[in-house]
Design a protein around this ligand. Sequence first.
Ligand code: MN
Length: 244
Amino acid sequence: MSILIILLILSTAIEVCAEKQMKAVDTVPPLQLVELPYEYNALEPVISERTMQLHHGKHLQSYIDRLARYIVNTPYSSMPISQIVVMSDSSVYDQNIFDNAGQILNHNLYFAQFSPRGGGEPQGVLADAIINRWGSFEIFKQAFTQSATDLFGSGWVWLACDEEGQLYIVAEPNAGNPVTYGLTPLLGMDVWEHAYYLDYQNRRNDHIDAIWNIIDWPEIEARYEATGVAENSCQTAIERMWEE
Ligand code: MN
């Protein structure tokens, strides 16, 4: 097989994998307020009802309202949210679009990752991948917590995976999301003060410690599995091509 044909097949396989990864994060149309799978008061005492009212009902809604104004009559208006984030990140003229689209994507993932019956540890292939990367869930948790505590100013810390299922902890300032460099976000810690100041004031660390008690691990496992990396399907498809 000629090297050109191999490269063509390989790039198509990678594109298919990237598309699969995007689908895992595009759960809601860009301008639709994500519906919560629980009541505003359901996450107390970790997150208060008042914080949820403001965070979901006001902060997220205002990102949506602003993005709606910025993308009307532009090519962005027909894109899924992850594509808006990736495209606007590469344009120096679209900082406003990137900031608001990034915050919409981030919060859609954030609010859907909690449950009043959450906590504990992940199971299955995600648990295996965490142990493979950090040695234990406890060491992963410490590393993630440290990263969120150390992040200067406003931003996000993510557990993300690449197309081979390898996991990373990524700290991003402001509205950053690892989709901009091809990773799939799985779990996001919002360290903007609006996420915790009413309930914890300056004690960001206490807030982060408490958050682990409401993480809905089956949801995070489902995001990991939705990328297709669980069965290593992308990786084996590519490997198979090299062997032919
Ligand atoms: Mn927030």
